[in-house]
Design a protein around this ligand. Structure first.
Ligand code: DX5
Ligand code: ZN
Length: 220
């Protein structure tokens, strides 16, 4: 039930296909794919063409995290490029409910992403339509930042909402996740863990992922 999702933001971009294969062979469950537009966030990364290029290299789900504004125009492109899920920030969409519908109509799972200061109220009328709630534990835009502890309280509150809904919704956390804090994050209620610098910065991807799984198991 727990999933480790390495963020390829911290991978070697000159060897992206090999990096994806290595990290999946090392035990990753999901590939987290960070899309930044130098507009919604102050950084620029990769788009649908790179997603399409990676798709044949792995059968692992590709978890697209859109940090772009506007959102809707690019959604079908990522669906065609082989994205499994597409998550977006409510501040970046003019019509949140419509964007969720568009993602589903494109054949992907839909996620809503909460920045550290974004209130959870956005969930009030859409939680039952979501497949993923993604809690940012850093401000989006860069890998290698420190985990913001307030995210733990937010994760607990989302866990309650998901449990009350009775629906199968993933609770994902993104930013500053490492082997030494992943246990507390799991105990707060997260089930999907994005980690960029912790995994791709490690010499041995398998050992790092195993250390994370062990810490999650110990927290139960
Ligand atoms: C930040 C991205 C994250 C980032 C995580 O905007 O959404 O996915 O890559 O990197 P680390 O794990 O290094 O904080
Ligand atoms: Zn991300």
């Amino acid at each position: 039930m727990y999933r480790i999702a390495p963020s390829i933001l911290s991978a070697d971009f000159a060897r992206l296909g090999d990096e994806v294969k290595s990290v999946v062979a090392a035990g990753a469950d999901v590939i987290h794919f960070d899309v930044m537009d130098n507009h919604y966030v102050p950084n620029l990364t990769i788009g649908p063409q790179v997603c399409a290029a990676l798709r044949p290299h792995t059968t692992a789900p590709i978890d697209v995290h859109l940090m772009v504004k506007p959102v809707d125009r690019i959604v079908p492109d990522f669906a065609k490029a082989g994205a499994t899920s597409i998550s977006f920030h409510p501040e970046a969409s003019e019509h949140i409910d419509r964007t969720i519908q568009l993602i589903h109509a494109s054949g992907c799972k839909a996620g809503l992403v909460f920045n550290p200061a974004t209130p959870l109220d956005y969930l009030d009328f859409v939680l039952d339509k979501l497949d993923i709630v993604l809690i940012m534990s850093v401000n989006p835009g860069f890998g290698g930042q420190s985990f913001i502890p307030m995210a733990l309280e937010k994760i607990r509150r989302v866990r309650e909402r998901i449990d009350r809904s009775g629906r199968d919704i993933r609770l994902e956390v993104d930013g500053g996740v490492k082997a030494d804090n992943i246990g507390a994050i799991a105990a707060a209620g997260a089930d999907t863990f994005v980690a960029g610098s912790a995994i791709f910065g490690a010499k041995d991807y398998a050992a790092e992922i195993a250390a994370m799984r062990a810490a999650v198991a110990a927290s139960r």
